[in-house]
Design a binder for this molecule. Structure first.
Ligand SMILES: [Zn+2]
Length: 378
C-alpha cells in the first residue's frame, strides 16, 4: 500500500487473511514514504497535549486529533521537516509515546520487549494482540535462524509461537525451516541494511493490524476533505457543474442560473404527449417519441437550434423508449407492448421490426441499451 517498497521477505511471513482482519484499520507507514525516522519523532518532547481542547464553533473537532492528522498529511505529502516542526511546536506527537516505543523496539529487534509493549498500547481486542505477537515472533524466529541459533529458534517456535494457536499450518511450515535450513532465504545476518529493511517491512504489517485509534489511517485528512466535498455536492440543490469547478476555498453551491430556465425553441411536430427524449452520443441529433405513435429525429444545428430531420412512422402504439446505436447511425424504438423497430438515421428507413414474441425481444428491452451482437444476427 501507499507506494511502500515491497522488498522484504513476504514468503517468510504469516499471511493474514482479510477475514482474519475484518474491521481492522488498514493504516500503513507514512513515515516510510516520508523518510522520517522514528528517532526523529521520538526526540520530540511530550508537552501537555490538552486532550479535551476543541476547535471550531461546534465543538466537534478535537485539537489533538486535528493536529495529528495534519501532521500525518504533511508526512504523506513528503514535508517531513514541516511535519516534525508541527509536532515540536504543538507538543502533539503523531503517535503516542508507547506506540513510538513499540515501533522503535521492532526496529531494534527487541522482540520480547516489543511483545510486552504491545500489551500496553491499549488494544481492546485480544485477537489483534495475538495476531501481532505472531507476526513479531515469526520475525524473531527467522532472525534466530539466520544467526544460526537453531535451538533458540526451535524454542521460540515451541514455547512462544505455537501456543498462540493462530495458524497451525504456518507453524508447521516454520518448523520445516528448522529441518531444512536451506529453505531459509532470509539472508540478512550479515547485512545490517537488509535486516533493517526486513524489520521496517514487519512494522508496516503491524501497522495494518493495529486499529486507527492507535495508528492514524493513511491520508486521513485528504479522505475527510473528499468526504466533505462529496457531501456538499450531494446537498447542492441545483447541481449542474463539473468536479473541476469545486474548490476547497469555498463551500460548493450551484446557483439557480446553472439550471437551464430559458425557453429557446418549442418543437411542435408531435400531436400528443412526448414520452421520451434522447440526444445522440455525438450531440448532432435529438430523437423524440410520443403517444402519437411517432418518432421524430431532429437535427441539432451549430447555433443550437434543432430542425426536423425524419418523421419515423410505423408503430401502432405509443412509443415509450428510444436508444441510439453506439455509432449514432441507427435508432431503436419500442412501442408499448408492441414491436421494436430499428431505423437508419441517415435515410429514416425502418431496417427491421422485432416482433413482441420471443425471449430475445425481452432480453434486448430489459437491457435498455444496444446489444449489437444480437442484432446483427438477424
Ligand atoms: Zn452544485
Amino acid at each position: 500500500m501507499g507506494g511502500v517498497e515491497d522488498d522484504g521477505p513476504p514468503s517468510k511471513r504469516v499471511k493474514v487473511s482479510s477475514g482474519a482482519l475484518g474491521g481492522l484499520s488498514k493504516g500503513t507507514s507514512h513515515r516510510e514514504q516520508a523518510g522520517c525516522s522514528l528517532s526523529d519523532l521520538m526526540a520530540q518532547p511530550l508537552a501537555s497535549q490538552g486532550k479535551d481542547e476543541v476547535v471550531g464553533s461546534k465543538g466537534l473537532v478535537k485539537k489533538v486529533e486535528l493536529v495529528r492528522i495534519i501532521a500525518e498529511a504533511l508526512y504523506s505529502l513528503g514535508y517531513k521537516n514541516t511535519g516534525a516542526h508541527l509536532e515540536e511546536e504543538s507538543g502533539i506527537t503523531l503517535q503516542s509515546s508507547v506506540v513510538n516505543l513499540f515501533m522503535q523496539q521492532i526496529l531494534d529487534g527487541k522482540w520480547d520487549d516489543s511483545v510486552a509493549t504491545l500489551h500496553k498500547i491499549g488494544l481492546m481486542d485480544e485477537a489483534i494482540i495475538k495476531l501481532a505477537s505472531f507476526v513479531i515472533l515469526e520475525q524473531k524466529f527467522f532472525e534466530l535462524l539466520d544467526g544460526e541459533k537453531v535451538m533458540d529458534a526451535l524454542k521460540t517456535l515451541r514455547t512462544e509461537i505455537a501456543p498462540l494457536c493462530i495458524n497451525n499450518d504456518r507453524v508447521r511450515e516454520l518448523s520445516s525451516y528448522i529441518v531444512s535450513p536451506s529453505q531459509n532465504v532470509l539472508d540478512i545476518s550479515s547485512d545490517k541494511e537488509a535486516r533493517l529493511k526486513s524489520r521496517k517491512k514487519l512494522l508496516e504489517e503491524l501497522q495494518k493490524l493495529l486499529p486507527s485509534t492507535v495508528i492514524i489511517p493513511e491520508r486521513r485528512l485528504v479522505h475527510l476533505v473528499e468526504q466533505a466535498l462529496d457531501l456538499q455536492r450531494d446537498a447542492c440543490r441545483y447541481h449542474n457543474s463539473s468536479v473541476r469547478e469545486m474548490s476547497l476555498f469555498t463551500d460548493h453551491q450551484c446557483g439557480k442560473d446553472k439550471i437551464p430556465s430559458q425557453t429557446l425553441q418549442i418543437l411542435q411536430e408531435h400531436s400528443d404527449e412526448v414520452w421520451f427524449l434522447q440526444f445522440s452520443h455525438n450531440g448532432k441529433y435529438l430523437a423524440s417519441s410520443s403517444s402519437d405513435c411517432l418518432v421524430i429525429i431532429w437535427e441539432v444545428k451549430l447555433d443550437g437550434r434543432v430542425s426536423l430531420k425524419h418523421r419515423l412512422s410505423g408503430h401502432q402504439k405509443p412509443v415509450s423508449y428510444i436508444s441510439w446505436s453506439p455509432d449514432d447511425e441507427q435508432l431503436l424504438t419500442c412501442g408499448v407492448e408492441e414491436a421494436m423497430r430499428r431505423w437508419d438515421v441517415t435515410s429514416g428507413e425502418c431496417l427491421y421490426i422485432y416482433e413482441k414474441s420471443g425471449p430475445r425481444f425481452y432480453l434486448l428491452w430489459m437491457g435498455s441499451r444496444w446489444k449489437k451482437d444480437l442484432f446483427w444476427r438477424y
